[in-house]
Design a protein around this ligand. Structure first.
Ligand SMILES: *Cc1c(COP(=O)(O)O)cnc(C)c1O
Length: 382
């Protein structure tokens, strides 16, 4: 028997131009932050998405931290966010002393359940953080309505959703801020990286200062002030221009990357329809008013036990399928904020049954077919 290649869960996308631009960045002799490639990335994101300001950051985690700093959150402020998310969504606010208030998700899109927002808002609520899970938009009309009524900020964690849309408008353009990730596991990558999108221009200057160690260096280089100095709290959130050069190559090829991911997603969706129906498996839901970003393909299986057996079975065939978020309200930290079983029942149930299939730019049709056929042959439904 010929040895079959492994099908990993994810392989970082690579276009080829990354190396050329990396060399160019070296030749530019500006490899620290905010060099020519960083500016190219900023311009591309601002023009393409129509946001007033885009700032590359060292990660999505850091863009989230910048959001918390920009809102000047203090001890005891409350932030409403899903329990079904990555730790950074919450940590960024906890670092400022804020209290996370976990909201359950909708059983269809796995996005936060906007109908529960009203009951969680208090005098201390300062922000709502919708996470566009799998790059499918949250119900932004309802979320923004409630936020505006109570004068609460909205920060979109759009790590999965770059170039996705809700009602024809790009994800990341709804909240005061939105955060992007360019981590290896995301649609576009430079290894580690992120961006802060700023939709409320009144925060632009403060964001530039926070990102540049609390100095007005950006204004200085634009000639707006004649010396640069320490003006507020801040840190170092800007990535090297070498990383920006790598990222720019990927953003330039965004259509090809997204079209490839769309083809892969749709092939899974159409070939697994009847299989899913026969075995009580739920496939992803994308509402008609959402254009998704094709970040992931997941299955909701009938039980935790079936998931355990399916992961082991696929592993024996060298196919790497993985589960996802473990509910944050039940983590050690989550429990220290009062998290308990039964608090977010849909999250608790679905996180146990969700399985993500291999999905990456380089996934070949024959490999994908092998994954589909493996699923069809699985008989561990019990
Ligand atoms: C990946 C991810 C992050 C963190 O991104 P980094 O760039 O690795 O900091 C935050 N939130 C969500 C929803 C993510 O998927």
């Amino acid at each position: 028997m010929t040895e079959r290649k492994k099908i990993p869960f994810n392989v970082a996308c690579f276009q080829g131009k990354e190396v050329t631009y990396f060399h160019e960045a070296i030749e530019n002799a500006h490899i620290s932050g905010d060099g020519p490639f960083t500016r190219k990335c900023h311009n591309l994101l601002e023009k393409e998405l129509g946001v007033p300001k885009a700032l590359l950051t060292t990660s999505c985690t850091h863009a989230l931290e910048m959001s918390a700093l920009l809102l000047e959150l203090v001890e005891g402020d409350e932030v409403i966010l899903p329990s079904f998310t990555f730790v950074s969504t919450v940590n960024a606010f906890v670092l400022r002393g804020a209290k996370p208030v976990f909201i359950d998700i909708r059983p269809d899109t796995l996005n936060l359940d906007e109908s529960q927002l009203d009951s969680l808002i208090t005098e201390r609520t300062r922000a709502i953080v919708p996470v566009h899970y799998a790059g499918v938009g949250c119900e932004m009309d309802s979320i923004l309505n409630i936020a505006q009524k109570h004068n609460i900020a909205v920060i979109e964690d759009n790590a999965h959703g770059l170039f996705g849309k809700y009602k024809g408008k790009f994800l990341g353009t709804f909240g005061q801020f939105a955060t992007q990730s360019f981590h290896e596991t995301k649609n576009f990558t430079c290894g580690e990286g992120g961006a802060l999108l700023i939709n409320d221009p009144s925060y632009i200057e403060a964001a530039e200062i926070i990102r540049e160690k609390g100095t007005n260096r950006s204004q200085f280089f634009r000639g707006q002030v004649d010396k640069y100095t320490w003006v507020s709290q801040g840190s170092s959130y800007l990535p090297s221009d070498l990383l920006a050069s790598f990222l720019y190559a990927q953003l330039e090829f965004r259509e090809r990357i997204q079209e490839t991911r769309k083809r892969i997603w749709e092939a899974y969706y159409s070939s697994l329809q009847s299989w899913a129906r026969d075995h009580g498996v739920q496939l992803p839901t994308v509402p008609d008013h959402c254009e998704q970003a094709y970040h992931m393909f997941y299955l909701i299986l009938p039980s935790l036990e079936v998931r355990r057996r399916l992961i082991a079975y696929l592993d024996r065939l060298s196919i790497n399928a993985v589960f996802h978020y473990v509910p944050l309200h039940l983590s050690e930290m989550g429990r220290s904020f009062g998290g308990h079983i039964g608090q977010c029942p849909i999250t608790e149930d679905l996180s146990d049954r969700l399985l993500r299939l291999p999905m990456y730019y380089e996934l070949k049709p024959a490999e994908q077919q092998f994954v589909v056929e493996a699923l069809e042959k699985f008989d561990g439904w019990g």
